[in-house]
Design a protein around this ligand. Structure first.
Ligand SMILES: [Zn+2]
Length: 255
């Protein structure tokens, strides 16, 4: 077979086996943890009209480290920690990252990547800023109860996730603490997060917890010194470990 016809054969074979794979117990048995590294690239992706717009970057540290780079670094470390925890327990689970490099994706695309059979939760990774560099703490942002039929589930999940993250941060910055959850009622003139808006429309995501995890306030110089300087990957591993343990427990409990 020439390359082209072989490529077509492969494509055809995949299409043909698609439904069979879908029914395979493996597809159902392996729980998936969806991680979205927030922001990326250099320009806005999507549009406000479609409610799909994702900004390339929001927060920045005092020395100029961008949130978009930290979200990607942290997400990759978190994925490794999730696999490490799962391996230690002899369990199999999958991790889906919505992006692997410095690109911005609109929220429709991010939501579509997460909309997979076996998805147990969606966590969008972010770093916070208060604009004056005075705040610290980890928090989860969840969808407002007015628009969210799963508010209680999201609240419970977000609170536990923020606490797990804070447990890791406190090993590097003992004065940090968990701020629990806040809702997105203040965003987009009361409409809420466009990511939640896009995810609410997708069947695999309807009944699983979804939140943004704001790891820490990176415009605070004390936070920057404690978690972004030195061996940042090792620092992120320290923070990600309890987060991974929580997410693995959650994912396995979903089966
Ligand atoms: Zn952000």
């Amino acid at each position: 077979m020439g390359f082209r016809s072989f490529a077509f054969f492969l494509l055809f074979a995949l299409v043909l086996t698609g439904p069979v794979l879908g029914q395979d117990s493996v597809a159902k048995r392996v729980p998936l943890i969806m991680i979205d590294p927030g922001h990326g690239g250099n320009s806005v992706a999507g549009s406000l009209d479609e409610r799909s717009n994702s900004s390339p970057n929001n927060a920045k540290s005092p020395s100029g480290i961008f949130e978009k780079d930290l979200t990607l670094e942290f997400s990759k470390v978190l994925r490794e920690e999730i696999f490490a925890v799962a391996n230690e327990r002899g369990e199999k689970l999958g991790v889906v990252l919505t992006r692997e490099k410095d690109v911005n994706l609109d929220f429709k695309t991010r939501a579509a990547y997460c909309n997979q059979q076996g998805a147990t939760c969606v966590v969008s990774i972010h770093f916070n800023a208060d604009g004056v560099g005075k705040s610290k703490g980890s928090l989860a942002l969840i969808s407002n109860p007015k628009r969210n039929p799963n508010y209680e589930m999201d609240e419970k999940f977000g609170k536990a996730l923020a606490a797990a993250c804070s447990e890791g941060v406190q090993k590097l910055l003992p004065s940090s603490y968990s701020r629990g959850t806040i809702t997105d009622g203040h965003l987009h003139g009361g409409l809420g997060s466009n990511f939640f808006f896009q995810m609410a429309r997708l069947p695999q995501l309807k009944n699983i917890p979804k939140c943004f995890l704001e790891v820490e306030f990176i415009d605070n110089a004390e936070v920057e010194r404690a978690i972004l300087k030195g061996d940042r990957i090792a620092n992120f591993r320290t923070i990600a470990r309890p987060v991974a343990e929580f997410l693995v427990n959650h994912a396995l409990g979903e089966r």
